[in-house]
Design a protein around this ligand. Structure first.
Ligand code: SF4
Length: 319
């Protein structure tokens, strides 16, 4: 625990805050997106935004795959899970994500940003100057896979750990890159991530999984080579091959702003039902139900506008 506490030290955070302040160009704005919910929670839990200059804006991105799994896919999985003699294995949080008619896998029984087509009729222009990349994923895949992205889009990427000082140091490194006019991949989390990653783990993944040509994500639309599928040599474990799974188009709750939130265009507090109708106990959209979702982080750490009264505050339940 002492090791972790070192990355939560208030004095070091204050010093880092001053370093960032000194590096920031007061005549411009910096829009930095973290696309992993783990970073979003660290930012809210420790009040990282309060330690940054006003012209450094953190944009909270899509979160984990649970947040962006398309609703028809969830419906198809729920249908499958409802059949007798079927044991369905999924990522932990996925069982709680509401599909259409507010069903979920639990009740039944039991991705890019820059190319995203976005929700119909919405302006999908969101300004992002640099990205904070996730350390846990990168511990396996390494930092090298981000290099092509950074080069093609000319955007800096810094892979960062999930403690508050990790995030602040990543912000400092991004600001420096932006000021220098550089766009490359840097690794803040050197204590766990290397350029090549975990080659043994990669070999196991490559043995079982392969890239899909494209995949449809919630709020992001169809993205080429953005998801994996089970290889035909392991078809006996592939629910898509063993069962007939029908995906029917469904409509999201009209009030839910998740598609815009996961693309960094809106905040949870822009949603009219945030914290009242939609709470972690009664989630309407995936950003609230997933433990890593942006709405859940706003709710849990009370990053709210003053005129929003949370349901938890009204009935006195713990956040
Ligand atoms: S508060 Fe709920 S309904 Fe509103 S955007 Fe977030 S998840 Fe969707």
């Amino acid at each position: 625990m002492r090791y972790i506490h070192g990355f939560r030290d208030g004095g070091a955070a204050a010093a880092l805050s001053q370093l960032i302040e000194a590096e920031v160009d007061a005549t411009r704005e910096y829009h930095l997106m973290e696309f992993c919910g783990g970073h979003t929670h660290a930012i809210f839990r420790y009040g990282v935004e309060d330690l940054l200059p006003k012209n450094v804006r953190l944009v909270h991105g899509p979160g984990c795959p649970v947040c962006v799994l398309a609703m028809p896919r969830l419906d198809a999985a729920i249908e499958l899970a409802s059949k007798p003699n079927v044991t369905l294995v999924s990522y932990g949080d996925m069982v709680r994500v509401p599909a259409s008619r507010r069903r979920s896998l639990l009740k039944a029984r039991a991705q890019s940003i820059l190319d995203a087509p976005g929700a119909a009729g919405e302006d999908n222009q969101v300004r992002i100057d640099g990205f904070i990349g996730p350390s846990h994923v990168s511990a396996v895949i390494g930092s090298a896979p981000y290099e092509a992205f950074s080069e093609v889009y000319q955007k800096p990427v810094v892979i960062a750990g999930f403690e508050p000082l990790d995030v602040m140091q990543a912000v400092y490194m991004l600001v420096k890159q932006i000021n220098d006019g550089r766009a490359c991949v840097e690794n803040q989390f050197t204590r766990g991530v290397t350029r090549d990653g975990n080659l043994k783990a990669q070999a196991i993944v490559a043995e079982v999984l392969e890239l899909r040509p494209s995949f449809e994500w919630r709020g992001l639309g169809e993205l080429a080579q953005s998801a994996m599928r089970i290889k035909s040599s392991y078809a006996q474990y592939d629910a898509e091959k063993r069962f007939v799974m029908q995906e029917r188009p469904v409509r999201e709750n009209a009030a839910c702003q998740c598609p815009s939130i996961i693309r960094g265009m809106k905040k949870p507090t822009d949603c009219t039902i945030f914290g009242t109708v939609c709470t972690p106990r009664s989630p309407i959209g995936s950003c609230m139900v997933s433990a890593e979702g942006v709405c859940a982080a706003y709710y849990k750490y009370r990053r709210i506008r003053s005129n929003v009264v949370l349901a938890a505050d009204v009935i006195g339940m713990p956040a």
